[in-house]
Design a protein around this ligand. Sequence first.
Ligand code: NAP
Ligand code: MN
Length: 265
Amino acid sequence: MISRKNLYFFFKQTPEMKDIVTPLKNLAEVHGFHLVHSIEEANIIVSVGGDNAFLQAIRKTGFREDCLYIGVNTDQLGFYTDFTINDQERMIQAMKNEELEVRLYPVLEVSVNNEKPIFCLNECSIRSNVIKTFVIDVVIDDFAFETFRGDGMIVSTPTGSTAYNKSVRGAVIDPTLPSMQVSELASLNNNQYRTLGSPFVLGPDRTLLLKVVQDGNDHPIIGADNEALSLRHAKDIRIQLADRQIKVLKLKTNSFWQKVQRNFL
Ligand code: NAP
Ligand code: MN
């Protein structure tokens, strides 16, 4: 078993959060973990906060393949947070049995205008920032599939399927299926314009190319999870499942479907 002992805590640097995290740090040290002060030295990264904090922790630490991520919620359990701050002993126990509790989550690799790819854990969203509709040519593996006209599109991972994707009636996808789901934001459908109109799911070897038609209304906001990319102009957005997956520590007794039930039913 790989020895994972170098722990890095990722949280919002406020006095309140520091007070919350201090006992957790002490507990980790008592149990033989080594607290490190830089992300580079870490092989376990603990996010303290909600799902939004977890998404930030993953992004700010670079979607590390060689790290184990742990989400500790300060409130209720979330989708990426399997532990709460009041659950500390249980968390230490789970960490000691690392191999039993690790899940791999697929992530998206997104390249805009052929630039260096970025990763997404929930979704990549493309939305218009103008009042008029904007137009996207949707290409699957070099095959021109449809031309979309409307507000935008969401491409979500399985774990992201319960987030933005679900709000637009996308399906909830089991994270054991490496796949990406494409859903529409208010597509225009009439005798002139036609899109599939329902969300669709692509397998792990597909590449999706969204070509923003350059017609003067081509000003999308591109979102990677909870951050907007600072891009003035986007022409080609290429999305595929990344080769890497992230490792997340989970309680065996808290499956994805239990989370879905707890949160929605
Ligand atoms: P936010 O706007 O503060 O929160 C969105 C809500 O989604 C929060 O309750 C958040 O949980 C929850 N959430 C995050 N990831 C989730 C997941 N994988 N499954 C189920 N729920 C999830 O923004 P945020 O907290 O930074 O989260 C960013 C996410 O918000 C984006 O990735 C996108 O999926 C989603 N979003 C949704 C809509 C919509 O539904 N119309 C619009 C924009 C963005 P916590 O409270 O634990 O953070
Ligand atoms: Mn939030």
